[in-house]
Ligand binder design. Structure first.
Ligand code: PLP
Length: 483
């Protein structure tokens, strides 16, 4: 069991000497009313022991560099280290966001060129880079939807259609903008049920502001009727919102504009290879078609032929959604990834789709596959068969950890019982996919032959089962001195 750094503390032990005369700290410069009355409780530990402590913690962490991480809908691909190097260049990191445009030409040029690249990839007419995550992009997009209809004085449009397979952030974002959410059913092929969609448009004539869709959807299936859907929505005066979390499947092959979408958010921290997990940082740029350009948050980055500048005068802007230019470091990493890939972005998508289909075909005899179609970059199997033998999906996920595989996304999407959503990404090779397949098959056999091993799993991790509900509801990260 790892000890807390406080428990490793030894009286009188020091790492860095803050009283060293080379360090410019003078307590007499500070107004006495701000000085502490008692000593700060800090661990006393040497530099070497501190290094060992943090190395030990990092060794316990699981990341893409430690092993296969098929977390569906999260696109946990390898993030080339050159991106990190570029984002840490001093000329980026030392630039103050309030610096005048003339002094920040390099960074503004990078953002402008990233906007241009994302315009080309999505087919949209304008992009804002401000959003700091997918959900934040959704919020921005739905604020644009709201303002668009307000500007037309079309105040009856207060409803948003969202398929039952959608990610929970979709209804949450639309709800935060005051929209009423109406659920659209999926059909037996795992796609939007066209008849139900038409019924909903008929029953709510002139009241639907938008339909939010993910394509490929969260079952990893391409919505074949997307052109028909966009035709129906547009003919009813509604807008189409594209949740771009799954863009990794279609880059360079098709784009949301071709499918008829008006607003798009992207998850740079998924598709465009910037590390995520553990809470960020991310970036959720939003793209819009020509008629929605004036609603984007400000500033957008523009170029007048001579210099790059931050443009504030958009007629109907929704305002600002994030301080300064958003998570700039993430933008640098994404731009570096796009330049690295160049025209082979399309190959990344094709390989991601191939990898997902390869695993799906190998596993479908051992697990239920509720939607047995060619998938895109991910697919969803069900642990229903294993459940009848007394082993739940959660336990299968835990058992995978014993073999140094990160579990897939479990229990999502909600329309599949005992769901396991597997997204291998394009950066894994066949050997690694085969290793994962072998272990999944081994676990399926264990369910029959030795279920206890699975029910007690994981056996090889630093901690085994944790009380997840308690940990989420009563998170307590404080150290309390027990002396
Ligand atoms: C389909 C889908 N939409 C939206 C989101 C939200 O993105 P973020 O986690 O960056 O807020 C996710 C996140 O996993 C997702 O999978």
């Amino acid at each position: 069991m790892t000890k807390l750094i406080f428990e490793k503390s030894e009286k009188g032990m020091t790492g860095v000497n803050l009283t060293d005369k080379n360090i410019d700290i003078n307590a007499t410069d500070i107004n006495p009313k701000f000085l502490r009355k008692s000593d700060l409780i800090l661990p006393e530990i040497s530099e070497l022991e501190a290094m060992r402590h943090f190395k030990e913690l990092s060794d316990k962490n699981f990341c893409v560099e430690s092993g296969f991480y098929p977390l569906g809908s999260c696109t946990m691909k390898y993030n080339p280290k050159v991106n990190e190097h570029l984002a840490s260049l001093e000329k980026f990191t030392e630039l103050h966001p309030l610096q005048a445009d003339e002094d920040a030409q390099g960074s503004l040029e990078l953002m402008f060129k990233l906007q241009e690249a994302l315009k080309e990839i999505t087919g949209m007419s304008a992009i804002t880079l401000q959003g700091s995550a997918g959900a934040h992009g959704e919020l921005c997009g739905m604020m644009i939807v709201k303002k668009y209809f307000e500007s037309k004085n079309d105040i009856k449009r207060k409803k948003v259609l969202i398929p039952d397979s959608a990610h929970g952030t979709n209804p949450a974002s639309a709800g935060m903008c005051g929209f009423e959410i109406i659920k659209v059913n999926s059909n037996e092929k795992g796609q939007v049920d066209l008849d139900h969609l038409k019924e909903l448009f008929d029953a709510n004539k002139d009241e639907i502001a938008a339909i939010m869709m993910t394509n490929p959807n969260t079952l990893g299936l391409f919505e074949e009727n997307i052109l028909e859907i966009s035709k129906i929505a547009h003919s009813q005066g509604s807008l189409l919102y594209y949740d771009g979390a799954n863009l990794n499947a279609i880059m360079g092959i098709t784009n949301p504009k071709v499918m008829g979408f008006d607003i798009v958010h992207l998850n740079l921290h998924k598709t465009f290879s910037t590390p995520h997990g553990g809470g960020g940082p991310g970036a959720g740029p939003v793209g819009v078609v020509e008629k929605l350009k004036e609603f984007l948050p400000v500033p957008v980055i523009d170029f007048d032929g001579k210099k790059y500048y931050r443009k504030y005068n958009l007629k109907n802007t929704i305002g600002k959604i994030k301080e300064f230019q958003g998570n700039f470091g993430v933008l640098v990493k994404a731009y570096s990834y796009i330049l690295l890939k160049g025209n082979s972005l399309k190959e990344a998508s094709m390989d991601a789709v191939l990898n997902a289909n390869y695993i799906k075909e190998k596993l479908k005899d051992y697990y239920d596959l509720p939607y047995d179609y060619t998938c895109m970059h991910e697919f969803v199997i069900s642990g229903d068969r294993q459940k009848t033998d007394g082993v739940h999906t959660l336990e299968i996920a835990k058992r995978l950890m014993d073999f140094k595989f990160h579990p897939p996304t479990v229990y999502f999407p909600l329309i599949v019982s005992e769901a396991m959503m597997i997204e291998p990404t394009e950066t894994e090779n066949k050997k690694r996919l085969d290793d994962f397949i072998d272990i999944m098959i081994k676990i399926a056999k264990e369910v029959k032959e030795n279920p206890k091993t699975i029910l007690d799993a994981p056996h090889n991790t630093p901690v085994s089962r944790v009380d997840e509900t308690n940990a989420a509801r009563h998170l307590d990260l404080r150290y309390q001195n027990k002396e």
